[in-house]
Design a protein around this ligand. Structure first.
Ligand SMILES: [Zn+2]
Length: 106
């Protein structure tokens, strides 16, 4: 019994360690993206005189491209006209039934 419990605890610890690694890696990536973003914005505003208002307006415009003002750029999936399942926007035909999917806006 003790052996099984020990193995289970060991597996759990290993899973938790992996989860912490993924989280740390994601945080590093987010920090790097924030830095890239800040560098790009400082260059654009400095050299082209773009304003925060113009930036906010463009953010809203892009956010609304999928019809939802939700603070995300993620575009809505495409619904299959034949089986009603959701498909990724890059697919031309339905993954589930093979029907042609309607064209999507870029
Ligand atoms: Zn389908």
């Amino acid at each position: 019994m003790g052996v099984f419990r020990h193995s289970a605890e060991k597996a759990l610890r290993s899973t938790q360690d992996a989860s912490l690694d993924v989280r740390a890696e994601m945080q590093r990536e987010i920090d790097r993206l924030l830095l890239v973003n800040e560098a790009m914005w400082s260059l654009l505003s400095e050299r082209l005189g773009l304003t925060e208002e113009a930036l906010m307006a463009r953010m809203q415009e892009l956010d609304l491209q999928d019809g939802h003002l939700d603070g995300k750029l993620v575009k809505a999936p495409v619904q299959c006209p034949q089986c009603s399942r959701q498909n990724g926007r890059r697919h031309l035909t339905c993954l589930y039934c093979g029907a042609d999917l309607p064209p999507v806006r870029p």
